[in-house]
Structure formats: structure tokens, C-alpha cells
Design a protein around this ligand. Structure first.
Ligand SMILES: *[C@@H]1O[C@H](CO)[C@@H](O)[C@H](O)[C@H]1NC(C)=O
Ligand SMILES: *[C@@H]1O[C@H](CO)[C@@H](O)[C@H](O)[C@H]1NC(C)=O
Ligand SMILES: *[C@@H]1O[C@H](CO)[C@@H](O)[C@H](O)[C@H]1NC(C)=O
Ligand SMILES: *[C@@H]1O[C@H](CO)[C@@H](O)[C@H](O)[C@H]1NC(C)=O
Ligand SMILES: *[C@@H]1O[C@H](CO)[C@@H](O)[C@H](O)[C@H]1NC(C)=O
Length: 426
């Protein structure tokens, strides 16, 4: 758990197989996550081709000349979920950008992600806007969000990253609602924010693997003792019935090792009958269980399903060539290299998601946040967080190698952009 990438390591992950050291790093992150996030979690996106862009290019040829430059600026078309690839683009700095909320103004944020309260003194990480190459992404509009949610139940389901996304959305809209017209009730598995006048709820359900495991609640700190029931989901899924909009994620908890202990069927030998499977194989079975549940229980005319892709971790600074860096600690600017992809996002896991979702009967909107979040090495909670319910001490803060959290994101921050995209698709 205290393992960390050697800052001077420059080994590049070969395609397909990840070197053990990287896996170890990921594992550390994991175990760490388990300890930290006992009952919480969060994440989002999607991609498509943009035929209209080519149309625009053609007309550009015709209007070549003096107008070319200004035309270029207007080349992006208005957002259309069918046509815009939101996951290719860049982060643009806007020094006058102010988030809708702060970790002081929003009463519902966990201390874990309240970076400013926890001592973070650089604020630029909150002033970057995501700009897709092909279209203009509409700014988040809190009034519109509440309007779209009127009379509905929205539930985020997943891990602590998904929980961050949930808290981000709650904070993005709650300030519009008077004190006595809103409430938040926290539970072991289910937490519910209610906007009374809108007859709407924004809920979070804790299910870090989506399928059942012996470590859902309470969490088992040692990943080796966790056993996943890859064909069982009903215990969690029965709580998802009747919800109007479901947003799922599940990634980082699977990355606790090269292999996972898995179990299926129910036999008298119980947990002793487990089998160790390679992570992507276990993920494929578990994710398929989820997909089968959705396909056989969800009426797509009544319920919308979203899936948030993996939220990148940034525990290996050599990935972005900062050989003297310590994980994401002290990073204050996003990576600018186009299509940057670090070792914290496993492409094999992504392809499992893509192939299974592609074959589902019920349409699933993919919130493909991985690429855009990959750039944001500057936006994690780092040492401005807590561990086991306690703020990091000054001594721990001075030891980022062991204590910086480069998995979770500060709020306000990157998950606000995930919600901006979510709302655009909603
Ligand atoms: C920067 O953010 C402000 C405040 O949201 C906005 O009014 C302005 O248009 C933004 N600037 C650019 C260049 O997008
Ligand atoms: C959904 O609605 C469409 C159009 O009203 C209908 O043709 C289709 O059978 C419905 N699907 C389900 C699963 O009820
Ligand atoms: C890191 O350095 C290599 C070799 O110079 C280069 O190809 C790569 O683009 C760099 N990566 C980043 C994120 O700048
Ligand atoms: C972190 O950044 C600050 C400000 O740039 C610098 O003074 C400090 O030395 C850095 N710490 C480490 C461990 O790199
Ligand atoms: C998400 O986008 C990446 C490219 O950034 C792509 O490789 C991947 O297949 C997409 N994932 C899904 C589930 O569609």
C-alpha cells in the first residue's frame, strides 16, 4: 500500500500487457482507495463521428481568403449528441471562470474532495474549460438541469469516483433551491438528495464492482481477501428498479492486482470455491452480468442508462515525463500533448466495456470521460484530502509519495465537466 512508483522509472508500458510495476502502482492506489472511501464513490461520456464538420470544411475552401481565419474560429458546430465527439478536444484556460460553487458554499461536499478547505492554495485547476474539437459544448446550466430532472429519480451507481460525480451534480444545482425545499439523507448504500419543489431526487448507490462482492460494505482493506461474485447482482440491482435515469461506473476497484478471486454459482463450499481470473477476464464476466441485468430488466422507453468510462489515475509522473515528480503531487497544469494516455487507464478494460455495450439491446449512453480526464494531472486531491476520516497531518502532507491521492478529484473540478457533458446528453 505504501508502494509508489520510483520517480526515475521511465519504462514504457508495452501495448496490451502492463508491466508488473505499473500494476503494483495501480494496486496501491486501490488498496488505498478502499481504506479511504469506506462508504462512498463516482464518474462519465461518449464518441461519434462528426459528419457536419467535414461539410463545414468544404465550405471553408470556398470562402478562403481574408475570412479564412475568422471562419476557422467558427468552424465548430453547435453541440448535437448524435454528431459531436466530446472526447477529442482540449482544455482551455479561462482566468475569469468561476465555478458555480465552492467547497465552502456547498454544504454537501465530503471533506475528502474539499481541496481548498483542506489547504490547497493554487486555484488555476478550477479555471480550465473542456473544448471539443468539433463542436461547442454548452455551459452547464443549473436551471436547465433541474428542469430536466423534474418529477424524476436520477441515480448514480458505482464507486467513490461516481460518488464525486454525484456530489458535483448536487452542488451544481442545490444553490438554486431554498434551504427548506431540499434535503440530503446519507445511508450505508444509498444517499438521496431531494429537491422538493421539483419532485426530483439525485441519488448515489454504492456498488464499487456493480456485481456483489464480500467487500462492498464494509470494505475489506486487503485486496487479496476480496472475492467477487461475478454472476450475482440482484442484491444491489433490486435498488435500481423504478429509477428514471441510471448512471453507472466501475473500474478502479477491479485494478487491485493482476488476478482477482472470483466465484459463481452457489454451492455449499461457499467462498472456498473461488477461482482466480485475470483482471480483464473477471471484468468481462462481471460486466456481462450487469449488461444482462439491464437488458432483461430495463424498459428503454421508461429508463435511460448511462455508463461513465474509467476515471484515470495519475500515480506515475514518468508517464508525463516529469521524472522528478512525485505522482500527481504539485502538478498545476494539465498535460497538453494530444491524445496523452497514461498507464493508469487500462485499454483492455475499456475494450471490454465497448464490446459489451455495443451488443446490448437497451441503448446505453457512454460518457467517455477517460481521454479528457487523462490530461488533468493537476486536478486530483493529492495531499489535500483525508484518510480514514481524518485530515492528513502536516507530516503526512510532507510525504506525498505515500499519502498523495492521485485517484480522486478536487471539487469543484473535473467531475463538473463530466456533468456538463452528462447534461448535454440528457
Ligand atoms: C470565460 O468565462 C467567463 C465566465 O464564465 C465567460 O463569460 C467568458 O465567455 C469565458 N471566456 C471565454 C474565452 O470562453
Ligand atoms: C417503446 O416505444 C416504441 C414506440 O412507442 C414501441 O414501438 C416499443 O415497442 C416500445 N418498447 C418497449 C420495450 O416497450
Ligand atoms: C515524453 O517524452 C517523449 C520522448 O521525448 C515524447 O515522445 C512524449 O510525447 C512525451 N510525453 C509527454 C506527455 O509530453
Ligand atoms: C512544490 O511546489 C512548490 C511551489 O512551486 C515548491 O516550492 C516546492 O518545492 C515543490 N515541492 C516539491 C516536493 O517538489
Ligand atoms: C472512449 O474513447 C476512447 C478514445 O478516447 C476509445 O478508445 C474507447 O473505445 C471509448 N470507450 C467506449 C466505451 O466507447
Amino acid at each position: 500500500m505504501s508502494l509508489a512508483p520510483s520517480p526515475s522509472a521511465t519504462m514504457k508500458p508495452p501495448r496490451g500487457k502492463l508491466p508488473v510495476s505499473i500494476i503494483t502502482i495501480v494496486i496501491c492506489g486501490f488498496a488505498f482507495l478502499a481504506l479511504l472511501y469506506a462508504e462512498t464513490s463516482r464518474s462519465f461520456f461518449k464518441l461519434k463521428s462528426c459528419p457536419r464538420r467535414h461539410a463545414a470544411k468544404k465550405s471553408k475552401d470556398r470562402t478562403a481568403g481574408d475570412n479564412l481565419k475568422s471562419f476557422e474560429l467558427d468552424d465548430r458546430f453547435e453541440f448535437d449528441p448524435e454528431e459531436c465527439t466530446v472526447n477529442t478536444g482540449k482544455w482551455v484556460f479561462n482566468k475569469s471562470l468561476e465555478p458555480f460553487y465552492t467547497d465552502r458554499s456547498c454544504p454537501y461536499l465530503d471533506r475528502q474532495v474539499s481541496c481548498v478547505k483542506n489547504g490547497r492554495r493554487d486555484f488555476d485547476y478550477r479555471r480550465w474549460e473542456w473544448q471539443p474539437d468539433d463542436c461547442t459544448l454548452p455551459r452547464f446550466n443549473p436551471e436547465l438541469a433541474l428542469k430536466k430532472l423534474r418529477g424524476k429519480r436520477l441515480m448514480f451507481v458505482g464507486d467513490s469516483l461516481q460518488r464525486g460525480q454525484w456530489q458535483s451534480l448536487v452542488c451544481l444545482v442545490e444553490w438554486l433551491i431554498p434551504e427548506d425545499k431540499k434535503s440530503l439523507k446519507r445511508g450505508r448504500f444509498l444517499s438521496v438528495f431531494r429537491a422538493k419543489e421539483y419532485d426530483a431526487t439525485i441519488e448515489f448507490y454504492w456498488a464499487p464492482y456493480l456485481i456483489e462482492s464480500n467487500s462492498d460494505q464494509p470494505i475489506i482493506g486487503d485486496p487479496k481477501k476480496r472475492i467477487l461474485k461475478v454472476d450475482s447482482i440482484e442484491k444491489h440491482a433490486k435498488n435500481w428498479r423504478g429509477v428514471d435515469i441510471l448512471v453507472f461506473n466501475s473500474y478502479v476497484w477491479w485494478m487491485s492486482g493482476l488476478r482477482l478471486k472470483t466465484l459463481w454459482g452457489s454451492f455449499a463450499n461457499g467462498e472456498e470455491g473461488y477461482e482466480e481470473l485475470d483482471t480483464p477476464v473477471a471484468y468481462k464476466i462481471g460486466f456481462k452480468t450487469w449488461a444482462n441485468w439491464v437488458d432483461s430488466n430495463i424498459d428503454p422507453n421508461k429508463t435511460r442508462i448511462f455508463f461513465t468510462t474509467m476515471s484515470p489515475t495519475h500515480t506515475r509522473s514518468a508517464d508525463w515525463n516529469n521524472t522528478k515528480g512525485i505522482k500527481c503531487f504539485n502538478e498545476t497544469k494539465p498535460v497538453t500533448k494530444k491524445r496523452y494516455w497514461g498507464s493508469g487507464s487500462d485499454k483492455r478494460m475499456m475494450s471490454v466495456v465497448a464490446s459489451i455495450i455495443g451488443k446490448m439491446k437497451v441503448p446505453v449512453t457512454v460518457l467517455n470521460i477517460t481521454q479528457l480526464s487523462e490530461y488533468r494531472i493537476d486536478a486530483h486531491t493529492s495531499v489535500y484530502t483525508e484518510t480514514g476520516g481524518k485530515m492528513l497531518t502536516d507530516k503526512q502532507k510532507a510525504d506525498p509519495l505515500h499519502h498523495a491521492d492521485c485517484i480522486h478529484w478536487c471539487l469543484p473540478g473535473v467531475p463538473d465537466t463530466w456533468n456538463q457533458i452528462f447534461l448535454a446528453y440528457l
